[in-house]
Design a protein around this ligand. Sequence first.
Ligand SMILES: *[C@@H]1O[C@H](CO)[C@@H](O)[C@H](O)[C@H]1NC(C)=O
Ligand SMILES: *[C@@H]1O[C@H](CO)[C@@H](O)[C@H](O)[C@H]1NC(C)=O
Ligand SMILES: *[C@@H]1O[C@H](CO)[C@@H](O)[C@H](O)[C@H]1NC(C)=O
Ligand SMILES: *[C@@H]1O[C@H](CO)[C@@H](O)[C@H](O)[C@H]1NC(C)=O
Length: 456
Amino acid sequence: MEVGRLAVGGCLFCITVNLLLQGRGDTFTINCSGFDQHGVDPAAFKAVFDRKAFRPVINYSIPTHVNISFTLSAILEVDAQLQLLTSFLWLNLMWDNPFISWNLEECFGINKLTMSVENLWLPDIFIIESMDVDRAPAGLTAHVSNEGRIKYNRPLRVTSICNLDIFYFPFDQQNCTLTFTSFLYTVDSMVVGTDKEVWEITDMSRDIIQTQGEWELLGINKTTPRLLVGSSVYDQITFYVAIRRRPKLYVINLLVPSGFLVAIDALSFYLPAENENRAPFKITLLLGYNVFLLMMNDLLPASGTPLISVYFALCLSLMVLSLLETIFITYLLHLVTTRPPPMPQWLHSLFLHCTSPMKCCPTAPQKGNKGLGLTPAHLPGLKEPVELVQKGPGPQEAELNGFPGSKKGQQEDEAQKQHLVSLWVQFSHMMDTLLFRLYLLFLATFIITVTVLWNT
Ligand SMILES: *[C@@H]1O[C@H](CO)[C@@H](O)[C@H](O)[C@H]1NC(C)=O
Ligand SMILES: *[C@@H]1O[C@H](CO)[C@@H](O)[C@H](O)[C@H]1NC(C)=O
Ligand SMILES: *[C@@H]1O[C@H](CO)[C@@H](O)[C@H](O)[C@H]1NC(C)=O
Ligand SMILES: *[C@@H]1O[C@H](CO)[C@@H](O)[C@H](O)[C@H]1NC(C)=O
């Protein structure tokens, strides 16, 4: 009995091995007789289709080589706040299936077939940076060659995380990575590579790219680092996609208007300081600039502090400073024309030195208005102080003069005071000019710094 059972068991084992060997015996050559008369016989591929659940290798110690390349067909969106790049790729995968092969001569020279990918094993390649579920369209097909090489192309919308640096906005470049790797297979089972050079991928993408939007493709680079997770090593291929923003929109909408407003602010220093319109004019400009900033807020990246925000803040502070300067000069003029304080000796000598023929200090822009001999009476907008001056010296000053009521003393006094006022007025104008020069210097330094920073 025991012997009989053993014999039956041995026979069953023999049959199983035989069946298995039959499957392998013909090295999986597909019988293609009748391909030209009845089309492809599904039965011929049945053995292949039945195996689609497993990685197609004859010896499981041999890893499957998958060649990956892609064509970037659109850069749809770059979200600086969420740090996301949305792009559209045509992904090309290529691998060998050793169970598929047919004889070219027997098969009437058919060297390529397309078949639905639902019937084939597919490598589980995914993009590490992708932050979106993969929504591949259904019903895709793949090319299968007579040597068992499978070419699978599919469209892929990738929303990938990308470390965006918006400091140089709008003149910024970004370098985003797309890392392709197998989700499950370690390096023992799957090796990824690429059959195209990066320049081929770049050129192809440049030709194909559909959007003439905000971003321009600069170049694509690749590296092949290995990914170590715990004790498993995964093979991966990393593509660096370098893109550059087209700054035209921002230059026209942000930099030019802002530059105009600052230029007008600088030019408003040429409005005479005595003119009461200067301060209101600057306030209007400041208001206009604020409205501009409010409106342009949408165009700026929502996160981080780009250089352009610093630029706007500095423009605003320059305008505020120029307004403060105007207030100061107006106050000074008002003070010196109503109650001129005695001029300190050092200031007087400095002043004389400066107004001497060898000028060391700059002259005011509206020089014509204020020679030394000009009295405040000739200055517009100063009626009140002039009246005050013409009223003659107050009782205090009369007492000081020691000749109360003396006509000559009064006149001398008045002339002296007018001289003092005109000195002070001229001093105010010089202050105005000096501060204006400082303002211009600051503005120039600031513009040069920002430009240099943007150019690097
Ligand atoms: C292919 O199949 C046909 C019938 O379907 C058979 O006659 C032929 O011998 C087969 N060829 C090979 C090489 O197995
Ligand atoms: C499978 O491949 C490994 C390494 O290439 C080799 O050592 C082994 O003998 C192969 N097994 C068979 C059954 O061919
Ligand atoms: C992958 O690319 C390499 C290099 O171009 C090539 O030698 C190899 O045959 C390719 N393999 C597949 C499966 O396409
Ligand atoms: C992108 O970054 C990678 C790694 O930091 C670097 O190797 C590559 O050259 C960069 N690409 C460009 C175009 O700057």
